[in-house]
Design a protein around this ligand. Structure first.
Ligand SMILES: O=C(O)CCC(=O)C(=O)O
Ligand SMILES: [Fe+2]
Length: 292
């Protein structure tokens, strides 16, 4: 069970009303919290007799979310209680959030200038996109993915040092768990048919990457330009279309590190571009340190 702002509020209200800490701890355990976490949070709040500001509650949430962060993908994005996330100088806006499965739409993850700079740097080194063949593990051309692409190693230059650190903080994962950002460009008719970002553990070709860097757990797709028509990222199982807006991004999770289960509801597609072109940047995150 995940600690939320509402739970902190509930504990404080009941402590102030004279309830016994033991009763609150029991209630939390009944709701799926671990004994250790329930004890730690209730004791912490009971010790402070002051009134609790929203800022205090956020601090408590951060402190105790960190303790449990790596045990479950539910712990990703602990700062989502707010409609804004302040990272570096960037004021990232939380525009929409689906709890289960977790899908979050962000605005202003990248500045317009960063988007333009990334496109410019990528233009020089574009290649037709390849996918990992699940049978052989080789990178092969695939008709399901009619786009051109390139990638930048983690912290490859000054721009990506800044951006990769920002994305690690936003996705609440260690920098080293992120793959290098991948850039894709789709022309008219270009698309990426429905697929999963996680690796099928039953396929021979994925064994090597799974053994080396672990499973992918989450994705952030960032839109580097406004597409004139078409080009939405579509989640058919959820009925969600994310329209490309320059600087915005869609985040989604699909691997529960506690139960080791993959979530097929994360099926998604890049819909065909009808007018204009579409540029995106994707960050995939592993459950272990990523190495090539
Ligand atoms: O083009 C899109 O909107 C989807 C891209 C995608 O699925 C990916 O990069 O994994
Ligand atoms: Fe994808």
């Amino acid at each position: 069970m995940k600690l939320t702002f509402d739970w902190i509020d509930w504990i404080k209200t009941n402590i102030d009303a004279g309830c016994l800490p033991e009763d609150l701890i029991n209630k939390m355990i009944q709701n799926g919290f671990s004994f250790d976490l329930a004890c730690a949070v209730v004791t912490h709040i009971a010790q402070d007799k002051q009134s609790l500001t929203k800022q205090d509650a956020s601090k408590i949430l951060e402190k105790f979310s960190l303790n449990t962060k790596t045990t479950s993908t539910e712990q990703i994005l602990p700062k989502e209680i707010s409609n804004q996330i302040h990272i570096q100088q960037q004021q990232i806006k939380v525009a929409m959030k689906l709890d289960d499965p977790k899908v979050v739409l962000f605005h202003d993850v990248l500045t317009a200038q960063e988007c333009d700079e990334i496109i410019l740097l990528s233009q020089e080194k574009m290649q037709r996109s390849r996918v990992v063949d699940p049978h052989t593990g080789q990178h092969v051309l695939n008709p399901n993915r009619t786009s051109e692409g390139t990638y930048f190693k983690v912290c490859e230059n000054e721009l990506f040092t800044r951006v990769d650190h920002r994305l690690a903080e936003l996705m609440n994962v260690p920098l080293e768990h992120g793959e290098g950002c991948q850039i894709l460009k789709y022309g008219i008719g270009g698309e990426y048919r429905p697929h999963f970002d996680y690796f099928d553990p039953n396929k021979k070709g994925t064994a090597e990457t799974l053994a080396r860097s672990g499973q992918r757990i989450s994705t952030l797709i960032m839109y580097l330009n406004d597409v004139e028509e078409g080009g939405a990222t579509y989640f058919p199982e959820l009925g969600i279309h994310v329209m490309p807006v320059k600087g915005s991004a869609v985040y989604f999770e699909y691997y529960n590190t506690e139960t080791k289960t993959l979530d097929p509801r994360s099926l998604h597609a890049g819909m065909p571009v009808v007018k204009g072109e579409k540029w995106i940047m994707t960050k995939w995150v592993r459950d272990q340190q990523y190495s090539t």
